[in-house]
Design a protein around this ligand. Structure first.
Ligand SMILES: [Cu+2]
Length: 475
């Protein structure tokens, strides 16, 4: 679920920023020492941001009384094109507003429930030391405000969530977010910081079913989500909403997992995490491919981007990425570095010793007519159908249809190119937008000709014949 970034008290925070030279104090201190080291000096209103943005770093500022104003709302938002959901939010976004503090801050937390809400809510912040993480002091009915205070004793990245019964349902409706407690002196400086949080959603209708979809308790109990997404909706980090960076920059992702049920295997395709604060704590692991983020947990992930391209954020429980929405994008622009990544430098025929059985059976003469269409159907059923489905109907918002596809029928060469070289970025098929990735299909010219002839002669398409020669020309 998306919403414009909201900045509260940002200028006050900016005044307190000093440039660079942040060091990460890793030695652990006992609680007493933290309390005495961090005598409160003054107060300020916390800057809160909607995802994927985060407030400015704390830098070298002293511990303060930090006033947080958090408003709870219940509002209909878009889950995926054509499908809406009644989200319950902290601050009007899913995940909720990002809160940035430093160790030793005394947080004065104002929790307000919008008068238009239907239900009471509260907040349990995992950064709080105290009963319920604040939940017992923060239950607010619609149109009510409550205030409680807590001291941030432990640096780290923490989840907060609603803990009002039925807890599972409140979390499943989007009531979670992240609160960062920076160590003294702040986290090491990076060029870009972003806020990404995974969540699983359970709806009466299946993935992509149109209209306002109510919460499905039965699916939630069975842990069978229809949607697994980053930042509250399918495509929240895709296309023109992708995260961005320039070659040579360092990127930090504050990654949370609201659950309510699933554990995330967080991975960025084509990147290696230089540093991961595992579970959001002080232990730093290096050179990590995939990091586990438990439900109700978080991780800080740092990496430098060395080459340009679109890097795909996924939950590597991979059906969630390609069928349930757990897919985001980081677009990196800048100079190629062919030493780090060369792209394809050579392409040719490979003939293993002893030849290939498949080759031996391949027709010497290009097929025609029904035989060609039958051969094409066999290829379709072995490769394409997994994404485009048995009758070319596709999957709404994930895989475009090949049946009666205007994109397919209006330009044969463009379609051949997509099959041979793959396709990514935004395309519009029959008036619906798709932002996804189709890998290049590893097929011979004959095979492409056969499968495309089959597709063009099925499901109401334009009955085009595709020859191996046509394929060769676009290859
Ligand atoms: Cu709630």
């Amino acid at each position: 679920m998306k919403k414009k970034a909201k900045f509260i008290g940002g200028s006050m925070v900016a005044l307190l920023l000093s440039a660079g030279l942040f060091s990460c104090s890793s030695e652990s201190k006992d609680t007493k020492q933290i309390l005495s080291d961090n005598v409160i000096s003054g107060e300020m209103i916390a800057e809160l941001t909607a995802p994927p943005f985060v407030p400015k770093p704390v830098g070298s500022r002293k511990a303060k009384k930090l006033i947080v104003h958090m408003e709870i709302t219940e509002e209909e938002g878009t889950m995926v094109d054509g499908t809406t959901y009644m989200y319950w939010t902290f601050g009007g976004s899913v995940p909720g507003s990002f809160i940035r503090t430093r160790v030793g801050d005394e947080v004065e937390f104002h929790i307000k429930n919008h008068p238009d809400s239907k239900l009471p809510h509260n907040i349990d912040l995992h950064a709080v030391t105290g009963p319920g993480g604040g939940a017992e002091s923060s239950l607010v009915a619609p149109g009510q405000e409550k205030v409680f205070n807590f001291k941030t004793l432990n640096p780290g990245l923490y989840v907060y969530h609603c803990a009002t019964a039925p807890v599972g349902m409140h979390i499943a409706n989007g009531m979670y977010g992240l609160i960062l407690v920076e160590p003294e002196g702040g986290l090491p400086k990076v060029d870009r910081e972003y806020y990404v949080m995974q969540g699983d959603f359970y709806t009466k209708g299946a993935y992509g079913e149109a209209g306002l979809q109510p919460f499905d308790q039965d699916k939630a109990v069975k842990e069978q989500p229809d949607y697994v997404v980053f930042n509250g909706s399918v495509g929240a980090l895709n296309g023109d909403k992708a995260l961005t960076a320039k070659v040579g920059e360092t990127v930090r992702l504050f990654v949370g997992n609201g659950g309510p049920n699933l554990v995330s295997s967080f991975h960025v395709i084509g990147e290696i995490f230089d540093k991961v604060h595992i579970e959001g704590g002080s232990m730093v692991n290096e050179n990590v491919q995939t990091t586990m983020i438990p439900a109700g947990g978080a991780a800080m992930v740092d990496f430098k981007v060395d080459v340009p391209g679109t890097f795909i954020l996924v939950d590597h429980s991979i059906f969630r990425a390609f069928h349930k929405g757990a897919l985001g994008m980081l677009k990196v622009t800048g100079e190629e570095n062919l030493q780090i990544y060369s792209h394809t430098t050579k392409e040719g025929v490979y003939t293993p010793e002893g030849g290939s059985k498949k080759k031996a059976e391949a027709p010497k003469v290009a097929l025609t007519g029904q035989a060609k269409i039958d051969a094409g159907k066999r290829i379709y059923d072995a490769t394409c159908f997994a994404c485009h489905q048995a009758n070319g109907e596709g999957i709404p918002n994930a895989f475009p249809p090949l049946a009666k596809s205007d994109w397919l029928n209006s330009d044969v060469n463009r379609a051949l190119k997509a099959v041979i070289h793959g396709l990514s970025g935004e395309i519009t098929v029959n008036g619906k937008k798709y932002v996804n990735v189709m890998p290049a299909q590893n097929l011979t010219d004959d095979e492409v000709a056969n499968v495309m002839t089959f597709i063009y002669n099925s499901w109401g398409n334009k009955k085009q014949d595709v020859t191996p020669d046509m394929v060769r020309k676009v290859r």
